[in-house]
Write a new protein. Sequence first.
Length: 371
Amino acid sequence: MNKVLLMLLCTFTAFAQKIPVADLQIKLNPGATEELMYGFADGDRIIFTIEADGSAISEVTVTEYPSALKYKGQNVKEEKREFTVQGNSVYVFRFGNITKGKRNCRVSIQRAPKRSETKNFNTAVKWIKVQDTVWTSVTKEVVVGYDTLHAQKTRRVIASEKKYEEMVFDKSQRVNARSSFGETKSGLSFSLPLSVVAKDETKKVVAWAYWVGVGEESNEFWKQNRKLITGAVQGAATYFTSPLGGIAAGAITNLMLPVNGEDVEYALVNDQNYKLFLEGKPYKAFDSGKGVAGYKRITDADRLQGKFNIALANDNLVQPIDVNVKVAVIIEHIKYKDEKYTDQTITPRYGKKIVREPQIMTREIPVPVGK
């Protein structure tokens, strides 16, 4: 025999062999339904055989999942059918008994693979989850346009804003020596300018500084500081004019101070603590120091208004001292005016519209296990 012909015969024999899928005895109670589900490979030939044991089976169907009906029989006593599978598919074999008696049948399902590689195809079925997109039409309120409204309005705006220095206090105070019959403690009181809040303007202290200096030594250093400041700011756009104003504004951080001369103990206090200071009792100070001269910048929000005291004490046994106290403030002055402007309001306009919306539906389907 020709070798090629022999190989073709062997191949045909291998492909044409029938592989058992199911060989079952099915018992159906009255009104019952039995269902079998198997997977098949592309090209498989399904051989389906049913034989009733006694009375006929009310209904027998074979369906390719999900709904392709391949066979339907009623009052089946004996039947043999063959089906060719297109693509890997799941077939459902359903048996129904609508009678009042029991029914029995023998069912045989075989497959004849078309190709050798699908010979060992697993006909079991597994369930997997798949998602489908379902589009639904709904009526919604949507933006179909916009309406623009223009209105003339008035608002308050800043017309001008400036800062400037104001020397609010400049006085000298003699403090007696310890050997004198007078008090060795004294002080000076001053008040900061009141804030002005009106319709068209506001005026308030935003920072201030004080200077304490003893005798001519401190006066000479004050004059030297003024010369240095005048030379440094000449022609510049500054809003302070004195050394103390520069300290208050934060533009200057250091002033020259004398190291020789009589010194004074000083403290910045309120009225209550000023009284305690004069009585020689413990007191609390906003600031304090001891020296021929000293200064301090104040910016705390709760210390920009009101009355303050510079408490002074002389510990020199025989020498009285003359102490000069200066206070400079930085004032912020803002003027307001009415300004007309056009206010634009955009309002969306709505209307009904039918739109399609997607919904993701999850379902389970049977698929062949396969290889």
